[in-house]
Design a protein around this ligand. Structure first.
Ligand code: GCB
Length: 591
């Protein structure tokens, strides 16, 4: 029975379930169109902006912009989009103004834009990312809701477009128990639309999705998977790789095609980041993109790149800069990769959520392998089906986005989760999904040490190709000699990558090797770690925690002051700590 709302019920003030009507349509991976290399029209720039702590936009349907009552009398509105202050898009609001540094909650963005049709049949609105929930309103209509703060999403707005458009986006960075990530993390809670907002114009029939990779266990064959959408679902697609003198054709049936064909490209690797121009044409649509080709696989306790055993000489990194928060610039991405290379890395762990698509594109070009991860971090609500759906959708959005990036070799389904039945069910589901969608890459997760038995042991590893292992001997477990016992107590049947170890150090802080938070202490932890790990046969890679210091509200002691200080560089990246050089030395001695 419907609840009796009372005679004097005023929905906008009294309804606490006001959000339910905005849950659907839920924008997910299904509406993504493969777009990385497509030309788009930018809606970036100055937008009107208003923090909306009480969520009044959603409660009181501000988007309807209803200015008069039924009798034509003017209503006193509590908003005035065009008069609000302006803010940059993309950007995190936290770094835009001191007054927003710690703001957590909903905020409303408004933009007016003109649209003229240039002959296209479809127009999609794309958001590169907004933390964490987004609600989109176009021309007084609610058009969709997206969950997940680090993956792109798109929606078909063809029917809602006009010559003059009024667009509002509610971006809500409220941490929620059932969300992915959940309430508690070890990083800063940035907010806002922090990646590009764009319009994508498409012809009547268009390429929706495609992947191109070397066929399994072959260096002389490629597999093309193609999906088109629109009117003509049964035509012929043409794929060209001019540098290989290659042109192949394939017939689509009901919008789908799979083709294997002979091709022998020069292989991509960090030492030789060879990319080929690939041109894919179907009906009136065309995609041109640079793609690299390589094989990555695991056999026994080894990882092979292009048939050769490799050691992942890595470092972990957050997506952050002091000036721009998560809205890192291309120059900052390049700077980070250069720093990793200076340390002799061939690999970076992008923790703990999908970083910008630019990172994988630039890594393809600069030659560095990547681990990409979704924010299934710590104590996610593993029993909640909606939480699972959200996590799986983020995984699929990430995979679809980066499917053709040779640099990406590992999908990680999470980090440091307690080994419970519910978690096993949840995360093995994600691992299986990643394998099913993308058999050309490896699947991993960063696991916790089994502290009771002091060994590497986690039921999830049955579903992984590589065991990712975080361990903090010398820091959270101060007795570093236990690291040797842990390694000796473990009998993994797969390669192990130490996804984290580390110690905090305020840059420039000196003392003895026993003084916590000094560079001397940190250095000593790194020296002992590399000494032990370098001699363990099954360890096939490292990504110590972390390239540079990062903001974190949990870290409040006199050295930390709001930052996690485990970086090998200071947060501004101007100072390299002594441990940076220890990793540089260690990696220089590995083949
Ligand atoms: C971890 C987490 C990472 C933290 C780090 C720390 O194990 O995976 O997100 O920031 O430890 O510094 O405690």
């Amino acid at each position: 029975m419907a609840e009796n709302k009372g005679e004097n019920h005023i929905g906008a003030l009294h309804d606490e379930d006001y959000k339910e009507k905005y849950f659907e349509p839920l924008i997910d991976h299904n509406s993504m169109v493969y777009d990385v290399s497509r030309e788009k029209e930018s809606l970036n720039g100055r937008w009107n902006f208003q923090i909306d702590q009480y969520d009044t936009f959603l409660r009181a349907d501000w988007y309807s912009n209803k200015k008069e009552d039924e009798t034509g009398l003017e209503l006193p509105l509590d908003h005035d989009f065009e008069q609000w202050e302006e803010i940059n898009v993309p950007a995190c609001w936290n770094t835009e103004s001191d007054k927003y540094l710690y703001y957590e909650g909903p905020a409303v963005y408004h933009k007016s834009f003109k649209y003229s049709n240039y002959g296209e049949d479809k127009v999609f609105l794309k958001l590169g990312a907004a933390n964490y929930d987004s609600y989109i309103f176009l021309n007084q209509k609610f058009v969709g809701h997206h969950q997940g703060g680090s993956t792109p999403f798109m929606l078909d707005i063809t029917e809602n477009l006009a010559k003059e458009n009024s667009l509002q986006i509610v971006a809500d960075n409220t941490r929620r128990r059932e969300a992915v990530p959940t309430k508690n993390t070890d990083w800063f809670n940035y907010g806002g639309i922090y990646r590009d907002v764009e319009l994508l114009r498409l012809p009547e029939t268009y390429i929706k999705d495609f992947s191109l990779a070397l066929a399994e266990a072959s260096y002389q064959k490629m597999d093309l998977n193609l999906e088109v959408a629109g009117k003509e679902l049964n035509g012929e697609a043409i794929l060209k790789i001019p540098e290989l003198d290659l042109e192949v054709k394939t017939k689509l049936e009901n919008g789908m095609a799979e083709l294997s064909f002979a091709a022998e490209p020069e292989l991509w690797s960090p030492d030789n980041p060879k990319l080929y121009q690939v041109i894919l044409t179907y009906a009136g649509d065309q995609i041109e993109e640079k793609i690299g080709f390589r094989q990555i696989k695991v056999e026994g306790r080894d990882i092979y790149l292009n048939g050769e055993k490799i050691f992942l000489k890595g470092i972990a990194a957050h997506e952050e800069s002091v000036a721009n928060g998560k809205a890192v610039t291309e120059a900052e991405v390049i700077e980070n990769i250069k720093l990793a290379k200076e340390m002799n890395c061939n690999y970076i762990r992008l923790a703990h959520y999908p970083h910008s698509y630019k990172v994988a594109q630039i890594a393809d070009e600069m030659g560095v392998m990547l681990w990409e991860e979704i924010p299934v971090y710590w104590a996610i609500d593993f029993k909640n089906q909606r939480t699972y759906n959200d996590a799986e959708n983020q995984l699929l959005e990430l995979i679809k986005r980066d499917i053709n990036r040779a640099s990406v070799i590992i999908w990680s389904v999470g980090n440091e989760n307690e080994d419970t039945d519910a978690r096993l069910n949840f995360m093995s589901g994600l691992a299986k999904k990643a394998k099913e969608i993308d058999p050309t890459r490896l699947v991993s997760a960063a696991c916790l040490v089994d502290e009771k038995n002091n060994r590497i042991s986690d039921r999830l590893t049955d579903y992984l190709d590589i065991i990712g292992q975080n361990e903090y001997y010398g820091w959270y477990i101060p007795d570093i000699s236990k690291l040797i016992d842990c390694m000796e107590n473990s009998k993994p049947d797969k390669p192990v990558v130490i996804t984290e170890f580390g110690a905090g150090a305020l840059s420039g802080e000196r003392g003895t090797k026993d003084d916590l938070f000094t560079e001397d202490y940190q250095l000593q932890v790194y020296q002992k770690q590399t000494e032990v790990l370098g001699n363990i046969e099954y360890i096939k890679g490292l990504s110590p925690w972390i390239l540079f210091d990062f903001r974190c509200p949990r870290r409040t002691n006199k050295y930390q002051k709001g930052y996690n200080r485990k970086g090998l560089l200071s947060a501004d990246k101007n100072h390299k700590k002594m441990a940076f050089y220890e990793m540089q030395r260690f990696y220089s001695e590995i083949e």
